[in-house]
Design a protein around this ligand. Sequence first.
Ligand code: ZN
Ligand code: ZN
Length: 632
Amino acid sequence: MEYLKEVRETVAAIVPREAEVTSVDLEGPEIAVYTKNPRAFHDNEDYVKSIAHQLKKKVNIRSDKSLLIEEKDAREKIMQIVPPEAKIADIQFMEPFSEVVIEALKPGLVIGKSGLTSKEIILQTGWTPRILRSPTAPSEMLKGIRHHLVKYSSERKKILQETAKKIYSEKPSPSWVRLTPLGGFRQVGRSCMLVETRRTKVLIDCGINVSNSDPDEAYPYLDAIRFPISELDAIILSHAHMDHCGFIPYLFKAGYRGPVYCTEPTRDLAALLLFDYIDVMAKENKEAAFSERDVKEMLKYCITRDYREVTDIAPDMRLTFHNAAHVLGSASVHLHIGEGAHNLVYSADIKYGFTRLFNNVDINYPRLETLIVESTYGGKDDIQTAREETEAQFLRIIQETTNQGGCVLIPVFAVGRAQEIQLVIENYYRKGLIDPDVKVYVDGMTRESSAIHTAYPEYLRNAVQKRVLQNDSPFTSSIFQVAKPEDRDAIVQNGKAIILASSGMLTGGPSVQYFYKLAENPINTLTFVGYQGEGSLGRKILGGIKSLPLTENDGRTRKINVNLRIEKFDGFSGHSDRPQLSAYVRNLKPKPKRILTDHGEATKCVELAKYFSAKFAITSQALRNLDSVRLK
Ligand SMILES: [Zn+2]
Ligand SMILES: [Zn+2]
């Protein structure tokens, strides 16, 4: 490979012979330098800086295999070097990368002042630490994923090397760029689009429509792709919601074996949702389009990137993620195509407004020609209630319901709304606004999802981040009790409770179970805090449905009357409303030359595009699925 030769020459020119470099490798978009003399690199930090600067890549210095001491001895040494306050939870070795994975509650103490502790570990053991943060509450899922990645590290190394070969092959300048919407245009659900140049084919998101069980409507139009799935160069995932990640494992089932770019929390939360989806389908005797094996395969191919980390993903494409403030790790996607030929920003789901969970949305891009922006609440009447007012009303409903002994059921998306609502409720309790006798139950995957949030505090709003770092995580506060399936009847019978349960649109899972148990008693309240998709049970209830058939375990069907109080809040939304979308486009820098609307019901996508055209004099269009457009 021509480029690898260039990389090796660059390293050789910068690093003197005494540093004893034994090999230089490309691992995906990063460079790995193996050395018999790691001390030389520590004594002269300019080596790494110069290589990184010249090649514009992240550089990892690792020990030559001959320096790695026995794992058992290394483990002992690490425990001696790292202060016990770091609370090391796990130590595992990835020989192919000469790395030791150290999971600790206080990763800063494993790194040490100016990285001294880490350096000591390398010098004494040969192993380079890869330091991960433990969640403040145990998460089986996170543990499973992290172990999986260690277990398959030699396969992962090969995957990264193969990926690098493709990224750094020849460098033609693209004469054209084409975008093909494959799902999620003029609709919510199954978001998916194909970006092509003469050289490269990339898929952005590949989701499913969970509120539609018709296979023609549930999955993206992959059959419209006129080449084998295995020829895709990369998949880019914006965030961990099923309408964006839900169909990626199917691509692996269909033979795709290439990188999936996403942030680290997106990888873990997506795995959680996908495993749960398979589980829920199995419990309902339905067959999922893919299996756990496909999800595990997908995990091996995930290449995680932080916000604002510029990454080559093909000879003619560079990817950068930007904070989208929608869910943990959620990103807007910036694609730089060709040498300045075209710049595309896919906002994905964004919240351009206050949330308790996240810092503000990124609105500055180096260059921008085409913007794809969501329209979930893009209609002209979509104006969400102000946050303060929403929180006050929400509190009143909780008080009214629990004062009369009822339960408040809050169906939540386990990733995103659940944690936002947890923060709101925890805040009420801290201020003494809710009777301490009122219990709060968290059911389903929300507990796992919240635990994963505590492993990535750097993705949270500063105030929340600080609490997680001080081991006072609001998500794992003692006011939240974990409910198991066998507890549900008692919880409903005892009343005076707030229940947070997934799924968020009552399309399956524990929220539906609770709903049936609570529906007939008017002292209870059902509270919607998120988007209810067309066709979902949530949407039907909001539409005023008065009775529903329920099939019991014995196979008999009986009628359930919907007597409980129903409330809906739009002010907690993780999506921007019309004024926020408008402000987002107004404040974006630079101004896009073209706007495409997606991720909204047809009328909203069309209305929003018309509005942008009129308001900002920017050509705007509501493409339909399969309407290919030439961007360049
Ligand atoms: Zn989303
Ligand atoms: Zn979405």
